[in-house]
Design a protein around this ligand. Structure first.
Ligand SMILES: [Zn+2]
Length: 403
């Protein structure tokens, strides 16, 4: 990746840019967001956007709060910097998924982009704000725009810059991060942390993880104590009954395989971050390899059953079992799901909706979830079509025939 000054020189000399160069320069531009505007709440990520002409040269750049506080980078670029210009045939690069009308009064950036008639857009990270997450991309798709991803390397840098944003603004940043790191050492399961760090795209060290958890508000610093969110505990703690915020927590029994006697269900006895490893182990035991076509849908079914379930009912067990021809995933339906919503799931017609945003967020980091809502679609594609059944006590079972 080229450094910022050489890219700026390249731009001023009107030399053509590769896609990678445009991504890199958008990223450098995004870092300017910080100096323009004091985001006291700390929740606004850095954003940089860039328009490339059809001859490959860079026309203009903008970052968040470029012209005025609260102005989005894409808005500044299109409505201020390049106002009235014909952008047909240009490409747009933006480090963050453009916003949608759900969160914007006035015209959203996605709507603005459609109006410019730009047909190719390159997007860095999806908006971590669950109200926007994946909606911007869907909107652009629907309007005939081709959406391209940024390279993994640059996306990693974008993630990191957004992740550090909030704590960087806090003068006690180092101290707070150290306290969180201590909590990770003393309370988190070591294997779960290592699995998370080695599979996460952007969180590679323990201090990255500490910063990430702080930024997201998943751990809070309350003078003397660190308050760790329930879902984060579920993901990382080696927990026994009663240690999970005094509520009994269910576990997913992946040990029930064909021919084994049914075991009495016990409670959650391991961190969720490691369940995928158990699942992979289970698959290999019954002869399914990770490059088999059935593996993807099974993994999706597993993730759905694991992440979208009721955690707080003492008798609600989730488990996976193989009966010789089918694998079934059984999980209790979250109490927040209405009957209507459950019927939509059963008929595979549900709209994408995070069942448990924090777990979905953590799961996304380690590649358990790619695009929200894609999971059910992937599962549906299996032939013969998998079958959902619901019992009277709101237990959902999904059965997938594999032989
Ligand atoms: Zn916007």
């Amino acid at each position: 990746m080229k450094n910022e000054s050489s890219l700026r020189r390249q731009m001023s000399q009107n030399l053509p840019f590769s896609d990678e160069d445009c991504m890199a320069l958008s990223y450098y531009e995004s870092l300017k967001s910080n100096s323009d505007h004091d985001h006291a709440a700390g929740s606004d990520p850095f954003v940089g956007a860039l328009v490339q002409r059809s001859d490959g040269t860079v026309w203009q750049l903008a970052h968040r709060a470029n012209g005025q506080e609260g102005h989005h980078a894409e808005y500044s670029l299109i409505e201020e910097e390049l106002s009235g210009q014909d952008l047909k045939g240009c490409k747009l690069f933006t480090t963050l998924e453009p916003c949608v009308s759900d969160v914007r009064t006035g015209t959203s950036c996605s709507e603005l982009i459609v109006k410019t008639q730009i047909k190719d857009i390159y997007i860095g990270i999806l908006d971590p704000d669950m109200r926007v997450y994946s909606k911007g991309i869907c909107y652009l798709f629907k309007h005939g725009i081709t959406v391209h991803p940024f390279s993994c390397e640059i996306n990693g840098l974008i993630m990191k810059s957004c992740m550090y944003f909030k704590v960087q603004k806090n003068k006690d940043c180092d101290k707070i991060c150290r306290v969180v790191s201590d909590v990770i050492d003393s309370k988190f399961d070591k294997d779960a942390v290592n699995y998370f760090l080695s599979n996460s795209k952007s969180i590679k060290t323990k201090s990255d993880l500490a910063c990430y958890l702080l930024n997201k508000g998943y751990v809070d610093f309350d003078r003397k104590n660190m308050i760790v969110d329930n879902e984060v505990q579920l993901m990382f703690y080696k927990s026994k009954v009663n240690t999970f915020n005094s509520r009994e927590c269910v576990f997913i029994d992946l040990r029930k395989t064909h021919g084994e006697e049914e075991r009495a269900p016990s409670y959650f006895d391991g961190p969720l971050a490691l369940f995928i490893e158990e699942f992979n182990d289970f698959c290999s035991k019954i002869g399914i390899k990770q490059n088999d076509s059935i593996y993807g849908p099974l993994k999706e079914a597993f993730v759905n059953a694991t992440l979208h379930r009721e955690y707080f009912k003492a008798t609600a067990y989730a488990y996976v079992k193989f009966d010789g021809t089918s694998i079934s995933f059984t999980n209790p339906i979250p109490s927040s799901f209405t009957d209507e919503k459950v019927n939509e799931i059963i008929s595979f017609s549900t709209k994408p909706e995070p069942g448990n945003p924090i777990l979905v967020d953590l799961g996304r980091e380690i590649g358990l979830i790619e695009v929200q809502g894609k999971g059910l679609f992937t599962i549906k594609s299996v032939k013969p079509k998998p079958i959902f059944t619901k019992s009277a006590d709101r237990i959902l079972e999904l059965s997938i025939k594999i032989i």
